[in-house]
Design a protein. Structure first.
Length: 360
């Protein structure tokens, strides 16, 4: 081959390389992102498992039911996990020993209306007063609720569902007539002395919580995009931004690959934008608003992508307007393939702050 032909071939190769380079970079970037996500997912899973084990089995806190826990009605907003509230070195108990199961805290002037069964139906709910506060409690056998046995029971789905439903029924019955600072599932005290000490130690925070929650209830709102909705919205946006000029085959190929890479980013931006708009609208109708982590499809039970998992503390007198607002948002976003689902009212788990207030 002549020197001139070699130069022409080299120039052609360089031109082709320049033309294909953006596509190659896009492919490499996509592969790198996928590998990075896989690595981060493994490391995050390992870290979460480690932290969860520490939280569940540490002797200092309380235990909440898993987010996927079945309920007698629609799923409430998520709650953070705490470990059983027990002494770190409990004394040996005989099989007849009873502890106290704590459901929540109310003002001392509250009374229980009627006969209310506890998580153990053999024992009724009663109030244990301490100064200006009272604890909603019932007796439970420590052979079933001590730390070691409780670890096993929390892995028993049937046992856990039964106790979770009973726990919520007690709270819902009390909430019909008074404000309650709710506590997590399986918050156990060994005797009245230990519980009264906690009430004295946490008194200021509990009184503040009762005042802040008075006349309000918690509502949950979730927004879901049906399968393909985000992709359609991203494609429509890309079409609006695309130019109409004719492209060579190589340029058209590179342009198509760039659009594919950009479409993924566009879909995420659209999802974030819709979620923010819905949340801001709902927050305007609430006294307080928070965002919980999004759920995976296998947890949410929805075929589409979860965009929003919000919780809202709403004044009782504003509930009707808040429900109407959620319905309007659902109607507005239906044309985009998005549904807005409202649940509640729930005990205000997500809007309590101190250790005994079932902090998130």
């Amino acid at each position: 081959m002549s020197e001139e032909a070699t130069r022409e071939l080299q120039a052609a190769v360089e031109a082709l390389a320049a033309e294909l380079a953006p596509a190659v970079v896009a492919d490499a970037r996509s592969d790198a992102e996928a590998k990075a996500r896989a690595i981060l997912s493994r490391e995050l899973t390992r870290a979460l498992l480690s932290e969860t084990e520490d939280v569940l089995f540490s002797p200092r806190g309380g235990v909440s039911k898993p987010r996927s826990q079945p309920r007698p009605k629609s799923q409430p907003p998520e709650q953070a996990v705490e470990e059983p509230r027990m002494d770190p070195t409990p004394p040996v108990q005989d099989h007849a020993a009873l502890g106290l199961y704590l459901y929540g805290i109310v003002r001392a002037d509250v009374r229980i209306s009627g006969d209310l069964p506890g998580v153990d139906p053999r024992h009724r709910v009663f109030l244990l007063e301490g100064n200006e506060l009272a604890a909603i409690v019932s007796s439970v056998p420590l052979e079933e609720f001590d730390e070691e046995q409780l670890r096993e029971n929390l892995n028993d789905v049937v046992w856990l569902e039964e106790k979770a439903r009973a726990h919520e029924e007690v709270l819902e019955a009390m909430l019909e007539s008074t404000t309650v600072v709710p506590t997590r599932l399986c918050t156990i005290f060994r005797d009245e002395k230990q519980l009264r000490e906690m009430m004295g130690r946490e008194a200021a925070g509990l009184v503040e919580a009762l005042e802040r929650l008075d006349g309000k209830s918690e509502w949950g709102a979730k927004a879901f995009a049906e399968p393909g909705a985000l992709d359609r919205a991203a494609a429509a946006r890309a079409e609006e931004q695309a130019g109409g000029e004719a492209l060579s085959p190589g340029a058209a190929y590179m342009d198509r690959r760039r659009r594919e890479a950009r479409a993924r980013e566009e879909a995420e931006e659209i999802a974030d934008g819709w979620a923010q708009q819905i949340h801001e609208q709902l927050a305007r109708g609430a006294a307080e608003a928070l965002l919980n982590p999004l759920q995976r499809r296998e947890v949410s039970g929805h075929d589409g992508d979860m965009l929003l998992n919000g919780v809202y503390l709403v004044e009782d007198e504003s509930v009707a307007r808040f429900q109407q607002l959620a319905a309007e948002l659902d109607q507005d976003y239906r044309g985009r393939g998005v549904s807005v689902e409202l649940t509640g009212p729930w005990p205000a788990y997500n809007f309590v702050k101190s250790s005994i207030e079932s902090a998130r």
